[in-house]
Design a protein around this ligand. Structure first.
Ligand code: NAP
Length: 270
């Protein structure tokens, strides 16, 4: 039996085990997927240990994605993004990043076309980096804003994008076709709004990559009649891309989506 895992801290709420175990069952693979709490100081040990024990592959989440660059051999995409969310062990310890392609496929699934679109990307963490890399490669015009300017500027500089200060957020929102929230704001009940949602318009697309709850931002977007997209399909597509890297087989995307939505529903009821 092949063992796969997601590593991170905190990790208790990860939906990756539910999603990947459902996929393994459907694909008839003798494989199992678990979540392990691993902090940054044990990341090297954990990755080398997983390799030594013959694991099939790993996913990495907060706060490990950037630190993993020093442990694995990154592929071209992970190198350009500067972060790793997937590790494979075939032919060495390879680092990949499927978050960007996950975001792109999620937007396409909802009929959003990217080429030439004006995107405001809020955030400059690991997820924002992956999204900025992929969507700019696909021809979107991206403006980045972030609470901590140095981090936002570094992202924009690395990827050749425009950075604007966070204080301008409402003007930036008004000028965008697609607004992407890649911050963690909205994950918890009572989080403050990033901006006054009443400025959103019905022609806009609002993509909030948070998947654990319906955020105020998405509620504001629906209220304005805008297209509101949550983070579930990004989670599913980044997972499907990882599964395909590990196994070389096509991932059962619809079934993975159903498993995630059922788990979220169950959580909401409890
Ligand atoms: P990260 O590296 O820790 O980055 C967090 C980002 O949020 C930074 O830009 C940070 O700004 C910003 N932020 C945090 N608190 C803020 C506040 N009060 N006001 C304004 N900005 C704030 O995290 P990440 O890995 O990029 O993940 C970000 C979010 O994306 C998380 O909610 C995560 O669950 C979600 N995510 C979803 C998927 C998916 O598949 N749907 C995949 C990956 C991540 P500063 O630089 O100023 O601190």
């Amino acid at each position: 039996m092949k063992v796969y895992a997601v590593l991170g801290d905190p990790i208790e709420h990860s939906l990756s085990p539910v999603m990947h175990n459902a996929a393994f069952r459907e694909m008839g693979l003798d494989a199992t997927y678990h979540a392990f709490r691993v902090g940054i100081h044990r990341l090297r040990d954990a990755i080398l240990g997983a390799d030594a024990m013959g694991f099939g592959g790993l996913n990495l989440t907060i706060p490990l994605k950037e630190g993993a660059m020093a442990v694995v051999e990154p592929d071209e995409t992970a190198e350009a993004i500067g972060a790793v969310n997937t590790v494979s062990f075939r032919g060495g310890i390879r680092g990949h990043n499927t978050d960007g392609i996950g975001a792109s496929l999620a937007l396409r699934r909802y009929g959003v076309s990217l080429r030439g679109s004006h995107i405001l990307l809020i955030g400059a963490g690991g997820a924002a980096r992956a999204i900025a890399y992929q969507l700019s490669k696909e021809g979107a015009e991206i403006v980045v804003t972030n609470r901590t300017p140095e981090r936002g500027q570094a992202l924009a500089e690395d990827l050749g994008l425009e950075f604007r200060p966070f204080v301008e957020i409402e003007d930036l929102v008004r000028c965008s076709d697609i607004l992407i929230n890649a911050t963690s704001v909205g994950m918890r009940d009572g989080d403050p709004r990033l901006f006054d949602g009443s400025i959103l318009r019905s022609e806009q697309v609002v993509f909030d990559i948070i998947y654990s709850r319906e955020t105020e931002l998405l509620r504001d977007a629906r209220w304005a009649g805008a297209k509101a997209i949550d983070g579930v399909m990004m989670l599913v597509y980044q997972g499907a891309a990882a599964l395909e890297i590990w196994t070389g087989l096509e991932a059962p995307v619809d079934l993975m989506e159903a498993a995630v939505r059922a788990a979220l529903e169950e959580r909401r009821e409890n």
